[in-house]
Design a protein around this ligand. Structure first.
Ligand SMILES: Nc1nc2c(c(=O)[nH]1)N[C@H]1C(S)=C(S)[C@@H](COP(=O)(O)O)O[C@H]1N2
Ligand SMILES: [Mo]
Length: 175
């Protein structure tokens, strides 16, 4: 009876480990972010290129799933503002009214996608805390996060726009 319980316990533990791995297994590790769409010229930036921009830290924050579950406690994400990344590449805006049409699409290697608007990034307080990050808790990201992730630190639920394995930023001009 006791042996059976131990065996079942071990099976459960192994199952959990497998499930945790499987949850991340679909995503290839990202190593750079391609910024394209309504920009002057598309550009691919890796960690070294991003480190040439001004770095910012989120400070302590929770990663909270849309369900409300706290899925991560982080003391710091370090990266650069998404607005600084877009500005470094150069938005292709035809006058100041054109910017308002822009939707910013962040995509991961596993096909996970989230969106921002130009106004949200450049014209609300949320924008200042949207980072393309290469460091978590003072260390390079874990392999399952890739080399780059995106985080929106001021979101109510921070999980949804915590994009592991960030691969591209596309600027879409709405018609
Ligand atoms: N690339 C990628 N990022 C993702 C997801 C995903 O499926 N793929 N899931 C999101 C969800 S639903 C949540 S709650 C958070 C949780 O972070 P974690 O998966 O690192 O625990 O990541 C988000 N980022
Ligand atoms: Mo989630």
């Amino acid at each position: 009876m006791q042996l059976r319980a131990i065996f079942l316990g071990a099976l459960l533990l192994a199952g959990n480990a497998w499930a945790a791995d499987a949850a991340h297994a679909d995503a290839a590790p990202s190593h750079s972010v391609l910024v394209g769409g309504a920009v002057k010229a598309p550009r691919e930036l890796d960690v070294a290129a991003l480190k040439k921009l001004v770095a910012h830290d989120t400070g302590p924050m929770d990663v909270v799933c849309a369900t409300g579950a706290v899925v991560g406690k982080v003391s710091d994400f370090r990266g650069v503002r998404l607005t600084d990344v877009i500005d470094a590449v150069g938005l292709d805006a035809q006058g100041h009214k054109d910017e308002r049409r822009m939707v910013i699409v962040a995509r991961a290697t596993d096909g996970y996608v989230v969106t921002f608007s130009w106004n949200e990034l450049y014209n609300t307080a949320i924008g200042k805390d949207v980072l393309v990050a290469w460091e978590k808790d003072g260390k390079p990201l874990e392999p399952h996060d890739g080399q780059l992730l995106l985080i929106s630190g001021k979101d109510i639920k921070t999980g949804p726009r915590h994009v592991r394995n960030l691969q591209s930023i596309e600027i879409v001009r709405m018609r």
